[in-house]
Design a protein around this ligand. Structure first.
Ligand code: ZN
Length: 73
């Protein structure tokens, strides 16, 4: 089973995937320095979202409190 099929099975719509990718892209761009918390405009709800990149493994974490978008990678 392809990854796209698995996503469909979870009932996630295409525009939600697009929003998630946008959110990750901006969060990734804004985190210039690892281990530092950054704020950015959420592309989904325009609220202030927060992002931080781990200073030991480079993993990205971001969260918007308003629309509840959370990413961890
Ligand atoms: Zn949001």
């Amino acid at each position: 089973m392809s990854e796209a099929d698995e996503i469909k099975d979870l009932g996630i719509e295409d525009d939600e995937i697009e929003n998630t990718l946008k959110f990750i892209g901006i969060a990734n761009d804004v985190c210039k320095e690892k281990g530092k918390m950054y704020e950015f405009n959420c592309p989904i709800c325009n609220n202030i979202a927060k992002a931080i990149k781990s200073d030991y493994n480079g993993h990205l974490w971001a969260k918007c409190e308003k629309c509840d978008m959370t990413i961890m990678e």
